[in-house]
Design a protein around this ligand. Structure first.
Ligand code: ADP
Ligand code: MG
Length: 322
């Protein structure tokens, strides 16, 4: 069972960035308005997420490390978030199986909070403690008991780039939550709660603002909003290209193609535009690849979606050209 746990864990947790993604999503789900991410050595030494969300009772604090111990109710309309989060109720169990995890948590209505430590799936300490409302997970020594995994990690630069990618995706999907990111004691991002456009600018820099053209379309099958970049700012590399469906980051080669089709005739050879596209669709019209690490998705009527997206962007670019 121990070995099975570690193998399952290796599926969900491939690198430090996977831990970052799971912890940030949990903090979002907990209704937090402020989330802080603290990283040391690209997550190889420490990944800590501190939130001001609803926190956990002492029982829930112990329970959250059990496999399939999800508190999230399985409503049909929840199916999307259910799948994109991979194996429901497995993230913390997996992380605790292959790292040292320190949890501090307090619910608003409790006077005292819970402080516990779990290492390789074994609880090593549990105390009551004076704590602020919310939750802090500190994950240390990731893969301490799977040396092969640990040795296969890339350079700090590469691993930290993956962490930034996950951080940006969650921050872009939730502009009304404030986020900060520290790496080795330096503040890398400080994102106050703001509107969508300002969040993009706060992440990618002040000069992004002049590049953005708003996109908006509303139909029976999809609500589209977001921004695309003016063609003259297109770059040789893929750069900043994001799709979100129902507030979750996804990858879609097909929708990317729809965006590129909207730019037809506007781009220099080999150049790619940046885009930040938010799609809202009825959850029962999509199907998610249930592999925990995939961010791909299947739409019921992808041809219609393609056409709607392409024409919405064309319209925006045309207006801007007038
Ligand atoms: P899932 O998110 O799929 O439910 P996880 O293993 O990620 O599974 O988390 C298990 C449970 O732990 C969650 O359902 C939630 O009840 C609790 N939990 C995790 N993180 C937090 C947090 N930051 N604040 C409050 N509760 C949390
Ligand atoms: Mg989770």
């Amino acid at each position: 069972d121990h070995v099975a746990n570690q193998i399952a864990a290796g599926e969900v947790v491939q690198r430090p960035a996977s831990v970052v993604k799971e912890l940030l999503e949990n903090s979002v789900d907990a209704g937090s308005t402020e989330i802080k991410l603290i990283v040391k050595d690209a997550g190889k030494t420490l990944i800590q997420v501190i939130d001001n969300g609803r926190g956990m009772s002492v029982t829930d604090a112990r329970m959250c490390f059990e496999r399939h111990a999800t508190s999230k109710i399985r409503f049909a309309e929840d199916l999307f978030s259910l799948h994109t989060k991979g194996f429901r109720g497995e993230a913390l169990a997996s992380i605790a199986a292959i790292a040292h995890v320190e949890l501090k948590t307090r619910q608003e209505q409790d006077e005292l909070g819970t402080h516990l430590v779990i290492e390789g799936s074994k609880f090593t300490s549990q105390d009551v403690a004076v704590l602020p409302k919310g939750t802090s997970f500190a994950v240390k020594n990731l893969f301490f008991n799977i040396p092969a995994r640990r040795n296969f990690l890339k350079s700090d630069m590469v691993e930290f780039r993956h962490i930034i990618d996950e951080f940006e995706r969650v921050a872009l999907a939730h502009h009304n939550i404030s986020f900060v990111l520290y790496h080795n004691g330096s503040e890398m991002f400080n994102l106050p709660s703001s509107n969508q456009r300002q969040r993009i600018v706060n992440i990618f820099g002040g000069r992004t603002n002049e590049k953005l053209v708003p996109v908006k379309e509303s139909t029976e099958i999809v609500e589209i909003q977001g921004f695309v970049c003016k063609p003259e700012f297109a770059k040789k590399n893929r750069g900043e290209q994001f799709f979100f469906v129902n507030n979750r980051f996804i990858k879609s080669g097909y929708l990317h193609h729809a965006v590129m089709a909207a730019y037809e005739g506007l781009l220099k050879d080999g150049c790619q535009p940046g885009y930040f596209i938010y799609l809202d669709v009825p959850p029962n019209t999509i199907d998610i690849n249930i592999h925990p690490t995939k961010t791909e998705i299947k739409f019921d009527d992808e041809h219609a979606l393609y056409a709607i997206l392409r024409s919405a962007i064309k319209h925006s670019l045309g207006q801007f050209n007038v």
